[in-house]
Design a protein around this ligand. Structure first.
Ligand code: G3I
Ligand code: 9MR
Length: 681
C-alpha cells in the first residue's frame, strides 16, 4: 500500500505544467515553503485510533473551518473550527490545530480546508500502527551482520552475507599481554550500527536496552507478534530472537582476561557505497572504554532477566559477564574513548560516564537484588531526563520504576516515583505550550540535534513511563502526539519512517539501500531528522531547526538511519498498539472469535470476590489464561501449561485486587481471546 500511494500522489500533485510553474515560482520566491510541501495540511500519514486523539496541523494566520471527508463516498463526515493560530519558532510559522478526536468512525479519510490541497489520506483503525510496529523491528533484521538475508524473509531486499567477523584483529589501542596487537578474535553477528557497516558497543547499549524494555513492559504483545525472521516459529518471541542477534555479538566484545569491553568493532574507514558482502576489509576491535564496559554491564544485566524464561543458560552467562564488566569499570572509572589516528569511523565518545555508572548499577541491583549495587551510587542526587546514547541515566529510572514492587528496602521508592513523574509533568507542559501540539522540539537545541527524531520518540518513551505509573491518560495522549510528529505532523510534512506514509524518505544515508538497485529503501527505518547542524555540508532548503532536513544520500546529518533511533520507534509503536489498539481492551464480536478456542463470559459478573470462567479447546496444546488490569499489566496467571481438548472450568478470586474493570485473556498458539469482567467490592 505504502509505496504505490507515494508514487501516485507524487504524480497527481506535480503534473508537468505545474512543475514548470513551480520552477518559475521558485526563482521568484526563494525560500518559500510550497516547493517543499511546507504549506500543506500536516497529519499522521498512517492515521489514528478510533478512541485516540486526532489532530492535524494547518499553517495560516486565521482560524479556519476544516472537514473530514470519507474517501470512499466523498461525503463530509465531520467538521469543526481550528484553534486560533499560534507561533512555532523552530519553523518560524503560525499554525492552527484541527482537532477531530471526537470523530471515531473507522475507514479512510482526508482533512479538507478551503484554499489547501486535501491532506494525504489516512486510516482510522484499531490496528493503525501494527504494521509499522512490526517493520520497526524487522528493520534491525535487515541490518544483520554475518548472515545472508533470504528472499522468504527479506523479499526484494534479500542479499548475500556480509562481514563474517570471525577474524577480527586486536588494534594497537587495545593491545594487552594476553591479546597483543594483531591477535585474532571472533566477533560475528550483531547489527550494523546505521548506514555504515561498523558495530559500536556504546550505541548498542541504549538500542538493545530500549527493545528489551519493550519486551519487559509488554510481553503479551510481543508473544503474539510474528516478524517472519529465520527464527520465527521457535519457542522464543521474535522480538527476543532479533535482539539476541545483537547480544550474541556484544558478548564477544568483552576481554575474558580482565572484563573490560572494547569500544567498537570496525574497519579503519567508512565503507564506500557498496553492499555488505562487497565490503571485504580488515576489521578491528579498538580500545576498551569505561563507557562501553558500563553499557555492556547494564545490557547484560537486563538480558539476564529477560531471557531467563527462554534460555536460562544464557541468562546465567549474561549475569556473570555483566558483573565482571562492572568490576572492570569500577577499577577503571575514567577511560574515555579516544579515536586512534588510523581509525576514522564513528566515535560515540562520551566524556561523562556518571550516568552510565548509575544505569549499570541500577540494572545489576534489579537483577541480583544485591543492595551493594544500589549503595554503590548516590541515587538521591541523580536526575532524570530524556535518554540518548551519551545519556543513559534515565534508563535506570525506567527500569527501577518498572520493578518498583520487587525492589529490596534499600531502594527509595518515593524517589523513583518522583523522578518519573516530575519528568512526565515537564514534558506534558511542553506539549501543552506547543503550537504544533507536541513536546518534540520544545527543548530547542537539546531536541534538534543529530538524530532529533529519536529525541522526540524518547520524549514519548519517558511520557509513557509517567502514564504507566499514574494511569493519567494525558501522558499517553502526549506520547502519541510526538509519534504523530514522526509520521507526518511536523513542519517538513514528511513521515520519517521509510516505507510508512505517503511522503517518505526515498534516499536515506543507508549503504544497503543506496547500493541494492531496489527503488525503495529498506522499510521500517526512522531517519535522523531535522536540525540546523548541517555537518555534512549538503545544500539544505532551510536553516531553521525544524525545516533543516534533506531527503538525499548526501545528508548523513539528517537522513541517516541508526539502531538507536529505531529502538524508541519499536517501543513507542508497540506501546501505542498495546494501549490504544485494543490489544487488551477490545472484546471480539462473537462472529470474529477464532473457532479453535472458546472463552465464555465469566459468571457471575460483576463479581466479588470469586467468579467462574469456562473455556473450550478444540485441540490439545499449551494454553495460558491470565488476568490484566486496565493498563494491560498482568495481575494474575490462572493457567499456563498443556491442556487436553474439551471443556475446562476454573474459578478466579479477586481477593487481592481492587474494584475495577479487568481483562481476562485466553491464548493458545496463534489464537487469543480477551473478555472484560468487573470486580465490585
Ligand atoms: O555533547 C554536545 C552538547 O554538549 C551540545 O549541547 C550539543 C549541541 O549541538 O552537541 C553535543 O554533541 C553532539 C553529539 O552528537 C552528542 O549528542 C554533536 O554536536 C553531534 O555532532 C554528535 O552527533 C553524533 C554523530 O554521530 C557525529 O559524531 C550523533 O549523536 C551520533 O548519533 C552519530 O552517530 C553515527 C556514528 O558515529 C557512525 N554511525 C552512524 C551514526 C549515525 O549517524
Ligand atoms: O557514511 C558516514 C556515516 O555513516 C556517518 O554517520 C558520518 C558521520 O561520521 O560519516 C559518513 O561518512 C562520511 C564521512 O564522514 C565524510 N566523507 C563522506 C562520508 C559519507 O559518504
Amino acid at each position: 500500500m505504502y509505496m504505490n500511494s507515494y508514487r501516485m500522489r507524487g504524480e497527481s500533485r506535480f503534473p508537468v505544467n505545474f512543475l514548470a510553474f513551480l520552477l518559475v515560482a521558485l526563482v521568484f520566491s526563494a525560500g518559500s515553503g510550497s516547493a517543499y510541501g511546507w504549506d500543506t495540511i500536516k497529519i499522521n500519514q498512517l492515521g489514528y485510533y478510533p478512541d485516540g486523539p486526532k489532530l492535524a496541523v494547518i499553517p495560516g494566520e486565521e482560524t479556519v473551518e476544516f472537514q473530514i471527508i470519507d474517501t470512499a463516498g466523498g461525503e463530509v463526515v465531520f467538521s469543526g473550527m481550528s484553534t486560533v493560530p499560534a507561533y512555532w519558532q523552530y519553523s518560524d510559522e503560525q499554525v492552527m490545530l484541527a482537532d477531530f478526536s471526537a470523530f471515531s468512525q473507522t475507514g479512510e479519510f482526508v482533512v479538507r480546508v478551503e484554499g489547501f490541497e486535501d491532506s494525504y489520506p489516512f486510516r482510522i483503525a484499531e490496528d493503525v500502527f501494527r504494521e509499522v510496529s512490526r517493520a520497526s523491528i524487522k528493520a534491525l533484521y535487515f541490518n544483520r551482520t554475518s548472515t545472508a538475508l533470504e528472499e522468504t524473509h527479506a523479499g526484494q531486499w534479500a542479499r548475500p552475507a556480509g562481514h563474517p567477523d570471525d577474524v577480527v584483529y586486536v588494534h594497537a589501542s587495545a593491545a594487552t599481554d594476553e591479546r597483543p596487537e594483531g591477535y585474532v578474535i571472533s566477533g560475528p553477528k550483531g547489527w550494523y550500527d546505521a548506514g555504515d557497516y561498523n558495530k559500536y558497543v556504546v550505541n548498542s547499549g541504549i538500542s538493545t536496552y530500549t527493545m528489551m524494555a519493550a519486551y519487559e513492559h509488554f510481553p503479551d504483545y510481543f508473544q503474539s507478534l510474528s516478524l517472519n525472521i529465520p527464527e520465527s516459529g521457535n519457542q522464543t518471541p521474535d522480538l527476543l530472537d532479533e535482539i539476541r542477534w545483537n547480544l550474541d555479538w556484544m558478548i564477544t566484545m568483552q576481554d575474558p582476561n580482565d572484563g573490560g569491553v572494547y569500544h567498537k568493532l570496525t574497519s579503519k574507514n567508512f565503507a564506500p557505497v557498496v553492499m555488505p558482502h562487497q565490503n571485504v576489509v580488515d576489521r578491528y576491535v579498538v580500545m576498551k572504554s569505561t563507557a562501553a564496559t558500563l553499557n555492556y554491564a547494564a545490557v547484560m544485566a537486563v538480558a539476564s532477566r529477560v531471557y531467563e524464561e527462554y534460555d536460562p543458560e544464557f541468562a546465567a552467562q549474561a549475569l556473570e559477564v555483566a558483573e565482571y564488566a562492572w568490576q572492570w569499570a569500577v577499577e577503571n572509572p575514567q577511560i574515555y574513548y579516544q579515536q586512534p589516528e588510523d581509525i576514522h569511523t564513528g566515535q560515540y565518545g562520551d566524556q561523562n560516564v556518571q550516568d552510565e555508572f548509575d544505569w549499570a548499577a541500577a540494572e545489576l541491583y534489579i537483577t541480583t537484588g544485591n543492595d551493594a549495587y544500589w549503595n554503590a551510587r548516590n541515587f538521591n542526587t541523580s536526575e532524570n531526563g530524556v535518554p540518548a546514547w551519551p545519556y543513559t541515566r534515565p534508563l535506570a529510572w525506567v527500569s527501577l520504576a518498572h520493578h518498583l514492587d520487587h525492589l529490596t528496602p534499600a531502594a527509595n521508592q518515593n524517589l523513583i516515583e518522583s523522578r518519573i513523574m516530575n519528568l512526565g509533568q515537564e514534558l506534558l507542559q511542553l506539549h501543552e505550550n506547543s503550537a504544533y501540539g507536541h513536546s518534540m522540539g520544545m527543548r530547542g537545541n537539546q531536541d534538534f540535534v543529530w538524530g532529533s527524531n529519536s529525541s522526540g520518540l524518547n520524549h514519548s518513551f519517558m511520557l509513557l513511563q509517567a502514564y504507566r505509573m499514574s494511569e493519567n491518560q494525558d501522558y499517553l495522549d502526549a506520547a502519541l502526539a510526538n509519534f504523530d510528529y514522526m509520521l507526518g505532523r511536523n513542519a517538513t510534512g514528511y513521515s520519517f519512517v521509510t516505507g510508512y506514509g505517503s511522503r517518505v524518505p526515498m534516499d536515506p544515508h543507508h549503504r544497503q539501500s543506496a547500493a541494492d538497485n531496489v527503488t525503495y529503501p529498506v522499510p521500517g527505518f526512522l531517519v535522523g531528522g531535522p536540525h540546523a547542524g548541517q555537518q555534512d555540508g549538503c545544500s539544505y532548503p532551510s536553516d531553521l531547526p525544524a525545516l533543516s532536513y534533506l531527503d538525499d544520500w548526501c545528508s548523513y546529518a539528517t537522513n541517516e538511519v541508526a539502531i538507536n533511533w529505531n529502538a524508541p520507534l519499536v517501543y513507542v509503536s508497540a506501546a501505542m498498539e498495546y494501549f490504544y489498539g485494543g490489544m487488551f481492551t477490545s472484546v471480539l464480536p462473537e462472529d470474529q472469535i477464532p473457532d479453535r478456542i472458546h472463552l465464555h463470559q465469566n459468571y457471575p459478573n460483576p463479581f466479588n470476590p470469586v467468579t467462574q470462567i469456562r473455556y473450550e479447546l478444540e485441540h490439545p496444546g499449551h494454553v495460558s489464561l491470565a488476568v490484566y488490569d486496565s493498563l494491560g499489566r498482568r495481575v494474575s496467571v490462572i493457567k499456563d501449561g498443556y491442556q487436553s481438548a474439551g471443556s475446562h472450568h476454573v474459578s478466579f478470586s479477586g481477593d487481592a485486587l481492587a474494584s475495577g474493570v479487568y481483562m481476562y485473556r485466553l491464548s493458545s498458539g496463534e489464537f487469543h481471546i480477551t473478555r472484560k469482567m468487573v470486580l465490585l467490592k
